[in-house]
Write a protein that binds this ligand. Sequence first.
Ligand code: ZN
Length: 382
Amino acid sequence: MTLVPLRPLLEAADQYKYGQGAFNVNTVAQVKAAIEIHEIFRSPVLLQGADLVNGFMGGRTDFLNSTIEDKRKGAKLLGDAVRKYGENSPVPIALHLDHGQDLDSVKAAIDGGFTSVMIDGSSLPYDDNVELTREAVKYAHQYGVTVEGELGILAGVEDAVFSESSTYTNPLQAYDFIKKTGVDALAISYGTMHGPNKGKDVKLRREIVTAIREILNHENTFCAIVSHGSSTIPSYIVNDINQLGGEVSNAGGISIPEIQQAIAAGVNKINVDSDIRLAVTRNLRELFEDSPELRASQSIAGIYQLLSGNKNQVDPRAFLTPIMDTVMNGTIPTDDIRIAVDQIEKGVKEVVGKLIINFGSVGKASLVEQLTLENMRVKYQK
Ligand SMILES: [Zn+2]
């Protein structure tokens, strides 16, 4: 199956009341592992590359300084990897741009074969966000590509108290935004946040989800609701990392029951990145603990040195720079790199498999309507 637009996956998730996991990937090995575990569970696949991370895949190890050319190259490589491993897949696979910053990033992703894009204007004044998002929709829909916007700011979530200074999404404004922009999906702020330090016992304000869902139902409008920053931050993995020489403090995520209740309230797409980062970091640390001879390996000793020198770092992009050709192209030039790649793949499968089960998407692949980008292009025109 070639890559499909995201829209039909979102419609199926909404109709059949399960959560579509959206998993961030930034190495070829992660793409391969994520697709394989979804296939095992017959779940629709939604992989995403974050705008800046596409620069990393493009060879930019200092990815925060990625140029549009880096992103363009990385988007193409990520698209190539997803097409390669998804080519004959029995499950539908969509590839989404996470936190696209501007129209150039959106265009680079679509050129690289992404079938869905996010345009994140949430930090802009409302009218500017509407304008930017509307332009992205106009551009992407002519290719049949799905679009996600964002309204509200993910921040300050430790108190779930609603106040005038709240940056939570206003449901009335959400509907206005959806109507004016024509987005297929909307990321909202309702208590989640990015990263591995979300606080203790986070309670999501799922009334916001219910309110938006009610308005959409009354107005007979489809728009998927997206939950960013939804990693669960498994404490057993954090503990493993710390026992293996890491120093991860104040780790906290969104509990699985909270996410399941949000899905029941009407959240359709659930973004997860940190859980994958943690599992991969733990596996790499464990590898060098269990096989100390690899600390002197010609091809992967550099990974060990970076792990040793960055005890509180849980982003594998900080450790994998010694094997960038493997990251970007999936090459496996030595046995030791093969061993490291196996650990990356296992980490992805551990957390993604667990979440697929908990989000309820096991066995749902066959429920997704088979629509191509061309089918969607025609639908949008009407
Ligand atoms: Zn996000």
